[in-house]
Write a protein that binds this ligand. Structure first.
Ligand code: 4NP
Length: 155
């Protein structure tokens, strides 16, 4: 099972989602069958580590992020079984890739799995404060737990 998290820059939300998915699976202490990655629909930060604010926030919550930014490619739609954009703009950008309609059934907004979702988007924290980064952490922590319950058949 291959899971891909997608945001705009691939330096704030989606690398954190990827790190939290692996972190929570490890905490569950069960062997798992997931391959996980993240990418951005934009190309601004290719090769970069996650934003320092995202890394500091994640580390203060016990999660170390080492992902290197990459941009989505059309082949990702073939390769991955589940593609999870952070917001409606990322979803729209993914659906604009060649042959995306063929893979529409694999693509779902991540907050579909947030039991406390007040909004369908994970807000972009790039121009925000430390509190905004912590809010993103909490949203993704809940969403990833919900996603794992769903995938493991406990939803
Ligand atoms: P992300 O946040 O999509 O969560 O990685 C952003 C990071 C960088 C930019 C926008 C959003 N940017 O415009 O550079």
């Amino acid at each position: 099972m291959r899971v891909l998290f997608v945001c705009l820059g691939n330096i704030c939300r989606s690398p954190l989602a990827e790190g939290l998915f692996l972190h929570q699976l490890t905490l569950n202490g069960r062997p798992h069958r997931y391959e996980v990655d993240s990418c951005g629909t934009g190309n601004y930060h290719i090769g970069a580590l996650p934003d320092l604010r995202t890394r500091r926030n994640a580390e203060s919550n016990g999660v170390v992020l080492t992902h290197r930014c990459r941009q989505i490619i059309p082949e990702d739609l073939e390769r991955f079984d589940l593609i999870l954009p952070m917001d409606g703009n990322n979803l729209k950008n993914i659906l604009a890739l060649p042959n995306a309609e063929q893979h529409r059934h694999k693509i779902t907004l991540i907050r579909t799995f947030d039991p406390k979702a007040e909004h369908s988007d994970v807000p972009d924290p790039y121009h925000g404060t430390e509190e905004d980064f912590q809010e993103v952490f909490e949203i993704l922590n809940r969403s990833i737990a919900g996603l794992i319950r769903h995938l493991e058949g406990q939803a």
